[in-house]
Design a protein around this ligand. Structure first.
Ligand SMILES: [Zn+2]
Length: 303
């Protein structure tokens, strides 16, 4: 009985060891279903997540916890803008492996669904506009093979992207003023405070639409855009990554472009639920998250 017990423990120990070895050596590939079911749904369960709200703070805390779980070094950048507390969250990995590449997404949601004819004062749930980009970045944190990187990679989660053009008194508590807010307040602050010039910045925003059509965004760096769309075509995603210009966007890539940094915005602006109360999880698919995630993973791991 005693021997049996010892051998049982030895067996369990060996299995554990084998499991650890297996978990650490097996290459991980981006799993869209996991990104959707874990990271996107967790954000949606927090409700609307505008900058400065309790749910926004909880979203930042959730992102920090996931980054730490995935063994990424974390930093936060906090400031107050027009009476609203703003917090950018950053994960860093591959320090010393080469020039910095930043992948960015905003995690705040718009406090007013001003494109919604029936409910213009309700908040945007932000499944695609907010949660989808964050879900892709968190799944990359979990699955990127750091040993293959030729760059230091920063995952930047920007706050306060989506208050643009709203009255200051919609966005902030009193004392407030009615002057309209800017877009990309978090990314602007982040770009202004950069301690190094990154080689590239890639922003992902609204990329989870189940009916995915990602065109070239007209302000983006043309060479980098072409390179990523070619990777998408090689992976069989040519139908969703359409190598033609369409929209011209002001988004979280703009403050970096303004500073002479090569940046692109991967965005699917053909989304009828944009800034409405219908921007809900059923409009987003894991397959769409996976296509974007695999393009970025392939690019970063094979440079
Ligand atoms: Zn938006």
């Amino acid at each position: 009985m005693r021997i049996l017990r010892v051998s049982f423990f030895v067996c369990v120990f060996c299995l554990l060891l084998a499991g650890v070895a297996c978990a650490s050596s097996a290459p991980k590939t981006f799993d869209g279903a996991h990104a959707y079911q874990t990271y996107l749904i967790a954000q949606m369960n927090l409700g609307a997540r505008p900058a400065g709200s309790a749910a926004g703070r909880a979203t930042g805390d959730y992102i920090l916890a996931q980054l730490k779980d995935a063994q990424w070094k974390t930093e936060t950048q906090e400031f107050t803008f027009r009476n609203v507390p703003v917090r950018n969250v950053v994960g860093k990995n591959g320090e010393g492996r080469g020039p910095v590449i930043i992948l960015g997404a905003h995690y705040d949601t718009r406090p007013r669904a001003d494109q919604d004819k029936a409910n213009p004062t309700a908040p945007v749930p932000g499944a695609n506009d907010g949660a989808s980009g964050v879900a892709v970045l968190l799944e990359l944190a979990r699955t990127l093979d750091v040993s293959k990187l030729k760059n230091e990679v920063w995952l930047a989660f920007f706050d306060a992207e989506d208050n643009g053009d709203l009255s200051g008194c919609v966005v902030a508590p009193p004392p407030c003023d009615n002057a309209p807010w800017h877009w990309s307040v978090g990314a602007e602050y982040f770009a202004a405070k950069l301690p190094v010039k990154p080689e590239f910045v890639v922003v992902v925003d609204m990329i989870g639409d189940a009916d995915q059509n990602i065109y070239y965004e007209r302000n983006s760096d043309p060479q980098l855009q072409q390179q990523l769309w070619e990777i998408a075509a090689r992976l069989g995603f040519g139908k969703q990554f359409i190598a033609q210009p369409k929209w011209s966007m002001s988004d979280d890539h703009t403050p970096f472009l303004q500073r002479g940094i090569r940046a692109i915005d991967i965005i699917d602006f053909d989304y009828p639920y944009w800034h409405t109360t219908q921007d809900t999880a059923d409009k987003v698919s894991g397959d769409s998250l996976e296509r974007v995630g695999k393009v970025l993973q392939t690019w970063l791991e094979n440079r």
